[in-house]
Design a protein around this ligand. Sequence first.
Ligand SMILES: [Zn+2]
Ligand SMILES: [Zn+2]
Length: 331
Amino acid sequence: MRAMVLHGRDQALRLEHLDRPTAGPGQVLVEIEACAICRTDLHLLDGELPDIPYPVVPGHQIVGRVVSNDLVGLPAGSRVGIPWLGYTCGACDYCGSGNENLCDAAGFTGYTLPGGFADYVCADARYCFELDPRLSARALTPLLCAGLIGYRALRMCGEARHIGLYGFGAAAHVLAQVLRFQDRPFYAFTRAGDEAAQRSARSLGAAWSGASTELPPRSLDAAIIFAPVGPLVPAALAAVRKGGTVVCGGIHMSPIPEFSYDLLWGERRLVSVANLTRADGIEFLELAAKIPIETQTEVFALEDANAALEALRTGAITGSAVLEIGGGSED
Ligand SMILES: [Zn+2]
Ligand SMILES: [Zn+2]
């Protein structure tokens, strides 16, 4: 099978031909139809995640068809989504208290477990989500991380009504539709001068859009930071009201500059979101089908993964970059 493989920090992915994997106990072998690219893949390429077990096949927003299974409940031919959380121990305090996203022994798809920039992958069936086989594989992929992490970040905002979104990429594109569905006004913050992103936010119903250095027309009940940019933390704290929440949605962020305690004072809360739980996934995918969420995707071939990653890095992507890999046919 084809796979795009990362061999070390700051290297391009290399196209390689590997043996097709075999499903182990509790696993499914999945023929990959499409895999979306996430900013975390860039952090992986740049060596910004700890203890990367090279060589790695990245990719954790996988949609594909089950080819064979090791006596688990997902029959051959069924459509599955494989997200970032690929394994948890089930025995630690975190796993026992509904916080499996924080499990100390967790495995992550496309990082510590094989990922989706390939023709096939084996995954633990307990962490796969069943997906509608009638929908476009490509359109479903961004829901598996951009959508899920955005949704978990939103849950951290509690009952907040007026919500700021810092960074209007793949996650914000999905979350904007959830917010509109829930009738909660949202305010989109982009890089200064990024007219395209601001237009895109307004077309999805933003009450306001502008540069992240600006203050919105009213104080916010909560803000979610998707861009991995530390200086956005004090900027977002300055935009939320007393008692408001700022949620950091990324796995990595550049250093947060020193800021005055006044910005946090007034019972403002600053929290991060780490990974996802299976319960998040089930809840969010049901909601996504009900809305229904439409994703904006730009398609690349598997072999063009490096170009797709570079386009994401430079901000040239509206919505999500997706690798279209298999035909997705029934045979
Ligand atoms: Zn991701
Ligand atoms: Zn655990």
